[in-house]
Structure formats: C-alpha cells, structure tokens
Design a protein around this ligand. Structure first.
Ligand SMILES: Nc1ncnc2c1ncn2[C@@H]1O[C@H](COP(=O)(O)OP(=O)(O)O)[C@@H](O)[C@H]1O
Ligand SMILES: [Mg+2]
Length: 139
C-alpha cells in the first residue's frame, strides 16, 4: 500500500493513526519519519486510541520507550538520542525491532541503521504550513 493524505489539524493526524491501528497485528514495526513538531507523537496518540488504549500517550523522548496496553501492546520508542543498534541492544530494546508481541512505533528511526528497512509500515510526514502536514504511508 502506498498512500498520501493531507492532515490539516492535529485531530486529523490522530484520525490517520486511528485508521492505521485497525490493520495492526502482533510483531509489526512502524517507522515515523519527519521533522520535530511534524506530528509523529500525535499520530502515535491516534494509533493508541485505535488500539483502545486509555492511558495518556506522552512523548517517550527522555525514556527511550514506553509501552501501553490495549487490543495490542503498543511500544512507543524515540531513537532521537540513540546512535547505534548496539546502544539499543545494551538495554534490550533491539527486542522490540520488531517486537515478538505487540506493535512498535519508532520516532527518529533513521538514527539507527536498519530500523526503516525492517519496518512493516513507513510513515513519512512533511510540514506544509503551520497546520497542514503531508502524510505518506508505505506498507
Ligand atoms: N496537521 C497536524 N498534524 C499534527 N500535529 C499538528 C498539526 N497541526 C498542528 N499540529 C501541532 O504540532 C505539534 C506536533 O507535535 P508532535 O506530535 O509532538 O510532533 P513530533 O513528535 O513529530 O515532534 C502538536 O503541538 C500539534 O498540536
Ligand atoms: Mg515526538
């Protein structure tokens, strides 16, 4: 699948995530590529809603990752401060790329070699203006 959607608000970005969640199953890896403030975390909030997760999803930036329970477990990773797969392996996070159970959504996947290539779904977000984002989804 290859599709491009324009999200004109954070709410519309969440809706894209909700729609994505329907087709997720155990073991899937999702890469979210896009500049700071483009809406990667917002889209993951939508995925969480779609997976019937009721916990509040916050950016995992300072913790590397957070996991949430819903229809499937959602592992939300932020690789911004990571420089190698070895570094992730030292704390066992390589086991989430992809995960055995649940799905992993990774922000800044390009920081670590191989994550984008291993992904089942690649989401690319471009800033068009203050509110509009172009969201390209490849799976
Ligand atoms: N169309 C849009 N899609 C997503 N976020 C938007 C949009 N328009 C405005 N925003 C705002 O931009 C910010 C995106 O932040 P966030 O999702 O944390 O981005 P990232 O994780 O990519 O750094 C939020 O404050 C959100 O409300
Ligand atoms: Mg983020």
């Amino acid at each position: 699948m290859d599709k491009t959607i324009i999200a004109r608000s954070a709410v519309e970005m969440e809706e894209i995530g909700i729609d994505l969640a329907v087709n997720l199953s155990d073991g899937m890896l999702i890469s979210l590529v896009g500049p700071l403030g483009s809406g990667k975390t917002t889209l993951v909030k939508g995925i969480a809603k779609g997976l019937l997760i009721t916990q509040v999803v916050i950016s995992p930036s300072y913790l590397l990752f957070r996991s949430y329970q819903g229809r499937l477990t959602l592992h939300h990773l932020d690789a911004y401060r990571v420089s190698s797969l070895h570094e992730l392996a030292e704390v066992g996070l390589d086991l989430l790329l992809p995960p055995e159970t649940g799905v992993s959504a990774v922000e800044w996947p390009t920081r670590v070699e191989g994550i984008v290539e291993a992904s089942d779904i690649l989401v690319r977000i471009d800033l068009l203006d203050d509110l509009a984002r172009r969201v390209s989804i490849t799976s």
